[in-house]
Design a binder for this molecule. Structure first.
Ligand code: S3P
Length: 177
């Protein structure tokens, strides 16, 4: 049983469904929805890809940590994080303080399909996107396992993912959804 939970935090690789499932979950349980990438983009008035292109990844990671530390203080929020949030242990410590961590994962094929349309993911803007996904997943796989709940979304719709999280919350978290 996870006790005294105030937020639900979604972690996982790009294209695992954090934003789409998170929005549905938030409206279903009456929580607010916060997407850390959207927050960064609106605060900086720049797209994520522009931040990467102009200032580089290390700068983005610092901005991301600042944003995460602020949103981690929210109450009754579903917080969707960028896929690289797990890289900095400080991020995860802040988010886990009172937040239940739900990790979403998916097959490489599903990730490639779901990320094919949008061009706002600089780490996947490569000639060999499949290789980029496989390599990044290998680097991060262990970090994505550090969660209170892990869901494979490969064959699930965002609605089904939200249902599964809501069910888990009723059963194990003591939050009533
Ligand atoms: C990143 C994931 C992106 C975004 C940035 C870096 C990553 O977020 O934060 O492009 O390092 O995996 P999504 O997971 O929401 O696409």
């Amino acid at each position: 049983m996870v006790s005294a939970v105030k937020n639900i935090v979604l972690i996982g690789f790009m294209g695992t469904g954090k934003t789409s499932a998170g929005k549905i979950l938030a409206s279903r349980i009456g929580f607010s929805f916060i997407d850390t990438d959207v927050k960064i983009e609106s605060e900086r008035q720049m797209m994520i890809r522009e931040i990467f292109a102009k200032y580089g990844e290390a700068y983005f990671r610092r901005v991301e940590t600042e944003a995460i530390k602020r949103v981690a203080r929210a109450r009754r929020a579903v917080i969707s994080t960028g896929g690289g949030a797990v890289l900095n242990p400080e991020n995860m410590e802040a988010l886990a303080r009172g937040g239940a961590i739900v990790s979403l994962k998916a097959s490489v094929d599903a990730i490639l399909e779901r990320t094919a349309q949008k061009d706002n993911r600089p780490l996947l803007a490569q000639a060999d996107r499949a290789r980029a996904v496989v390599d990044l997943l290998a680097e991060r796989a262990e970090l994505y396992e550090k969660a209170d709940l892990v869901i494979d979304t490969t064959r699930l719709t965002p609605m089904q993912v939200a249902d599964e999280i809501a069910r888990w919350m009723r059963r194990d978290v003591g939050l009533h959804a």
